[in-house]
Design a protein around this ligand. Structure first.
Ligand code: HEM
Ligand code: FES
Length: 359
């Protein structure tokens, strides 16, 4: 969160995560190299540089597929949430592996002429009109630039300075990078090797990433659809409209739940110590779904990276200073009612007490 600048905010969980990522990459590269050496034995031997390029290229592409699957998988199954927690380190690792692949490729294919390797990369093939001879490396360059932008702005410092919406939009470019890389791999490797295995693996990756996104999106859409048919009643004060959003029994103690009213943004409800509170569902960090979080140490705790807010006023506990919008809420019998007009971030709202005999 926002107290003081720390280059990398490591903790035990992140160290284990990072050790698994580095170990996984090392094992992948080692196995790829060993199997490659056996498969490409003389007389079909290929150079170590080409083998390294392939090991690093496929490793980076695989990592990117995993990164893109983590988001929807965490929405579909809460057990995947710990993977989401440190996804940015996985992104930086992907960039570094892809960079190593690109450096070897540029050095090997463009490093021995009398023009600079980068000029040679950009000018040696200009067959943009031909599918079979398309300069597929350029697609890799563009994707690498996007991965670089994302890795360079991955620190919370940039999130804070760019603002969550702009940062999020920038990081959505990952889908553009993915599209470019699918074309890079398809046009490049299939052009040179025409291996049915790589084609099948790339196809399997694209199908897995797209179906997980479709299933998770459909589930969210259905969830919203279920919640929009709420009855309304007028409030006791001018301008107040109370909307019935369900029963107190729909929310477990110390847990959150999400509702959508009409076309409004999602609202998160929390039940703690026999009271109901309501805040925006959007975490101030990276827009994580607060309603899928729980109450820890008396604070709403985001399921993605653990940022916390007090249920009564949407403010992060000191020394942190983040604030989120709150909503007026009341309990009538067993029913929870919300005034759907969001209050300015950090506004204190008296939590609605559930009557003793109804708790
Ligand atoms: C400056 C940027 C890049 C250049 C110049 C470049 C160049 C190349 C070349 C020359 C090949 C064919 C290698 C062979 O002879 O088999 C290739 C293949 C490939 N590249 Fe890239 N690439 C770049 C960026 C990337 C990035 C960012 C990724 C993934 C994140 C990537 C993933 C792959 C994969 C999976 C293959 C197919 C397997 C292979 O042959 O290594 N490349 N690239
Ligand atoms: S999105 Fe990161 S903590 Fe909420």
């Amino acid at each position: 969160m926002s107290a003081g600048y720390v280059t990398v905010q490591w903790n035990r969980h992140k160290r284990i995560y990072d050790a698994c990522v580095v170990g996984g990459i090392a094992v992948y590269l080692g196995v790829f190299f060993a199997v490659g050496k056996t498969l490409y034995a003389a007389p079909n031997a290929i150079s170590d540089e080409i083998l390294a390029m392939r090991a690093l290229g496929t490793c980076a592409f695989l990592l990117l597929n995993i990164i893109l699957c983590i988001g929807p998988a965490a929405r579909l199954d809460r057990r995947c949430l710990p993977l989401l927690y440190n996804r940015r380190h996985l992104g930086v690792a992907t960039f570094l592996v892809a960079l190593a692949h690109a450096v070897i490729a540029i050095g090997f294919y463009h490093g021995f002429g009398n023009v600079s390797p980068f000029i040679s990369l950009l000018t040696s093939n200009t067959n943009y009109g031909s599918l079979s001879a398309f300069p597929f490396q350029i697609l890799g360059v563009l994707a690498l630039l996007i991965l670089f932008l994302m890795a360079a702005t991955s620190h919370d410092f940039w999130l804070k300075n760019l603002g969550a919406p702009a940062w999020k939009r920038l990081h959505m470019l990952v889908y553009v990078a993915y599209g470019l890389l699918v074309m890079h791999v398809a046009l490049g490797f299939l052009q040179t090797q025409r291996s049915p295995w790589l084609a099948a693996l790339v196809g399997a990756g694209v199908v897995t990433v797209s179906s997980l996104h479709l299933i998770a999106g459909l589930r969210e859409y259905r969830k919203d659809g279920r919640r929009t048919h709420c009855s309304q009643s007028s409030g006791t004060h001018a301008g107040e409209t109370w909307v019935d959003v369900g029963s107190v029994d729909d929310i477990a103690e110390q847990r959150g739940s999400t509702v959508t009213i009409g076309e409004s943004e999602r609202i998160a409800l929390f039940r703690t110590n026999g009271c109901i509170s309501a805040t925006t569902n959007v975490c101030a960090h990276q827009g994580g779904p607060l309603g899928e979080g729980k109450i820890i140490d008396g604070c709403i705790t985001c399921p993605w990276h653990g940022w916390q807010y007090r249920p009564a006023d949407g403010q992060s506990p000191p020394p942190f200073t983040e604030r989120i919008a709150t909503y007026r809420v009341r309990v009538v019998g067993r029913r929870v009612e919300i005034d759907p007009a969001p209050l300015p971030p950090g506004t204190a709202v008296e939590p609605a007490r559930i009557a003793e005999d109804l708790k």
